[in-house]
Design a protein around this ligand. Structure first.
Ligand SMILES: *[C@@H]1O[C@H](CO)[C@@H](O)[C@H](O)[C@H]1NC(C)=O
Ligand SMILES: *[C@@H]1O[C@H](CO)[C@@H](O)[C@H](O)[C@H]1NC(C)=O
Ligand SMILES: *[C@@H]1O[C@H](CO)[C@@H](O)[C@H](O)[C@H]1NC(C)=O
Length: 397
């Protein structure tokens, strides 16, 4: 059976067939943040897919059954034509910088969240001293840009079928990176709020590190294969190439977002669905014994809808080797990730394929003990952050 759709989310990777470190800022450094609305110009080639529309909870489940039915067309077979995208999308982003400049002051991290979350995945509001990756990175002296992917959080929520697709999402990440590298991120954006009265100046970072979680890591990897010179290093979390069969989209219980919560998801139109219960979130993201129940509730409270176009385009996305990318890559994964490793990531890493895809990189896999898929809301998150930040530091970043 070659139904790519059965692999949605990061699982697609298995089926695309290939095809505490040195001191940075002083320990007293705290974050100063600015919330931006960044207009990102995009030129991309999406596809139009024949698939059921999703306008109710019943449709949401029907969509999943339709695209995973073995005798139905594959994603590629559903393509009826190209969709040329040439427009500017408004992306909501947060830039945080250390209050005191240190050794890492001109390194910018750009973080891309995965499915079901928004940028708060990297800046968890519950016990931020423990759970916020942004806090941990700023404390070491890094600046960090987080953003809501197209169709999530406070970013624009355009047509879920034809517009919110992987080719467009890759260009948004590349576009944000180019803006940041040119030193014009803030001046090109509308400032929505600031966390302090200090003005944060635009700076040209000398180096950019891309951080991803899950589907966000998948986007980073695709971006590196297309625009390798835009990045100096990557931490791909909850992302591992394996030869395992992946859990498929039938494992996700989706509601139509606007029916699920007409108030909270009022802005979401046809084709946006959302993981429906805490139990579903637990199954995909958490491992018992390695999370505080409060963080599961928090994840449910901040969960975000996803567009069907994102899932559809996974079935037609494939990797080419990231020939121009020369930076180090850390593959940071939960030991018992149910999502990408069918529950157990030990001994399943496909080193050969990974090295083929990143021929210019030093690649370092790391398994975070006893942890599930959503690392940043797991109890041992902060110790994991130290491993990531130490990795960057020891690689000159
Ligand atoms: C799947 O969805 C397509 C598009 O709406 C529809 O034409 C087809 O009949 C559906 N197939 C099944 C088995 O439900
Ligand atoms: C910003 O300045 C105003 C007026 O000086 C002051 O009342 C407020 O507390 C300051 N806010 C922060 C976050 O420092
Ligand atoms: C927490 O994470 C750190 C870093 O990966 C690891 O060394 C440590 O063993 C973990 N602690 C537990 C209790 O799993």
């Amino acid at each position: 059976m070659s139904n790519m759709w059965s692999s949605a989310l990061i699982g697609v990777l298995g089926l695309t067939q290939i095809a505490a470190g040195a001191p940075g800022a002083p320990a007293t450094s705290t974050k100063q943040c600015v919330e931006l609305r960044v207009p990102v110009p995009v030129v991309a080639l999406n596809h139009h897919y024949i698939m059921p529309r999703v306008d109710s909870n019943i449709d949401a489940i029907d969509w999943t059954v339709n695209v995973t039915t073995w005798s139905n067309p594959t994603a590629a077979e559903r393509v009826t034509g190209d969709v040329s995208v040439d427009r500017t999308f408004n992306i909501n982003a947060q830039l945080c910088v250390p209050s005191q400049k240190g050794a890492k002051a001109d390194i910018l991290q750009i973080a891309t969240h995965g499915l079901g979350f928004d940028k708060r995945y990297f800046d968890v509001e519950v016990k931020p001293a423990e759970y916020s990756y942004v806090n941990a990175a700023v404390k070491k002296g890094y600046s960090i840009l987080t953003y809501d992917r197209l169709g999530t959080g406070k970013s624009e929520k355009p047509d879920a079928y034809d517009l919110v697709q992987i080719p467009t999402e890759i260009e948004i990440l590349a576009g944000l990176t180019k803006l940041a590298r040119s030193g014009k991120l803030i001046s090109s954006s509308k400032i929505l709020s600031t966390s302090s009265n200090t003005t944060i100046p635009d700076v040209k970072p000398s180096k950019v590190v891309h951080v991803g979680h899950s589907f966000g890591s998948f986007l980073v990897a695709l971006m590196l294969s297309k625009y390798g010179t835009l990045s100096d290093g990557a931490i791909l979390s909850s992302f591992l190439l394996t030869k395992l069969p992946m859990i498929d989209v039938l494992h996700y219980d989706h509601d139509f977002a606007r029916q699920h919560d007409p108030v909270r998801f009022a802005e979401y139109g046809s084709g946006y669905f959302v993981l429906n219960t805490e139990s579903c979130l637990q199954k995909l993201f958490f491992r018992k014994g390695a999370f505080e129940p409060e963080l599961l509730s928090y994840t449910n409270k901040i969960k975000q809808p996803e567009a069907v176009g994102t899932y559809a385009s996974e079935g037609t996305s494939s990797f080419a080797p990231a020939a121009q990318f020369k930076g180090p890559i850390q593959l940071f994964n939960g030991e018992f990730d149910n999502f990408i490793c069918n529950g157990d990531c030990r001994g399943v890493y496909d080193k050969e394929t990974t090295e083929f895809l990143f021929p210019g990189s030093k690649i370092t896999p790391y398994l975070q003990p006893n942890t599930g898929h959503a690392l940043n809301v797991a109890t041992n998150a902060s110790a994991g952050y130290q491993v990531m930040l130490q990795y960057l530091d020891s690689n000159g970043l």
